[in-house]
Ligand binder design. Sequence first.
Ligand SMILES: Cc1cc2nc3c(=O)[nH]c(=O)nc-3n(C[C@H](O)[C@H](O)[C@H](O)COP(=O)(O)O)c2cc1C
Length: 217
Amino acid sequence: MTRINDDLFTERNEYRKHILLESEASINPWEQFEYWLEDARREGIKDYNAMSITTINQQGFPNTRVVLLRSFDANGLVFFTNYLSSKGKDIEGNDKVGVNFFWNTLERQIRVHGVIRKISTEESDEYFASRPRESQIAAWASMQSSTLRTREELENAVIHYTTKFDGQTVPRPEHWGGFRIIAHYFEFWQGRPSRLHDRLIYKVDEDFNWFINRLAP
Ligand SMILES: Cc1cc2nc3c(=O)[nH]c(=O)nc-3n(C[C@H](O)[C@H](O)[C@H](O)COP(=O)(O)O)c2cc1C
C-alpha cells in the first residue's frame, strides 16, 4: 500500500502530442467528435468506443459505468443495454446523463451532457439480430444488475435459453435494447505541456446553433 502510494504522488506525465485550437476545430461538435473517434480507431486503441456514462439514481447519487458506443449521428450517441438494469432504472427516474471518453495515448478526453431516450424497437431489433448468438442468449440469461446467489445460477440460465432457442432465431428480449443520448453540451480536452491544456466547449441554443468557448485548464 505504502509503495503504491509513494508512486501515486510522483506519477506525472507531460502531454505533447496534439493541440486543439479554435482555428482548426470544427464549428460542429458532431464533426469534431467524428474526427477524434476516428483518430482513436486509427490509433488502434482497444475499445476506443468505450464511454463512461453517469446516471442519477433514486437517492440522487451519480452512478457511473462503461458501455460501448454502437452508433452516432447528429441525433445522438447510441448504446445497448438491459432496460431493467440499474442504469435503466436510473434513466426512468432521471433522463439527464453525462458521458466521458478518455483516450490515453491520444491524451484526449471528451465530455458530453445530454438527455436520453429509448431508440425505436426496429433499431434495437436490427442491432440485436447482428450480435453473436452467445451474446443474444446472454441477454436472455442475465437479469443485469440483479443479485445472483451463485455463478452457477447464471450458467444454468444460459443452458436453459440455449436449449429453449435451439434451432431457432433468438428473438430480442423486450427488456433489452438501445438508448440514444441527445447531446446539448460537448467538451473536447487536449492535453498540453505544463498542465496548460486545451479545452473547447460547445453549447447549443434554442435554434440548434452551436457556440464554442474556451475554458481554463
Ligand atoms: C469495456 C466495457 C464495455 C461494456 N459495454 C457495455 C455495454 O455496451 N452495455 C452494457 O449494458 N454494459 C456494458 N458493460 C458493463 C457495464 O459497465 C456494467 O457493468 C453493466 O451495464 C451494469 O451496469 P448497471 O448495473 O449500472 O446498470 C461494459 C463494461 C466494460 C468494462
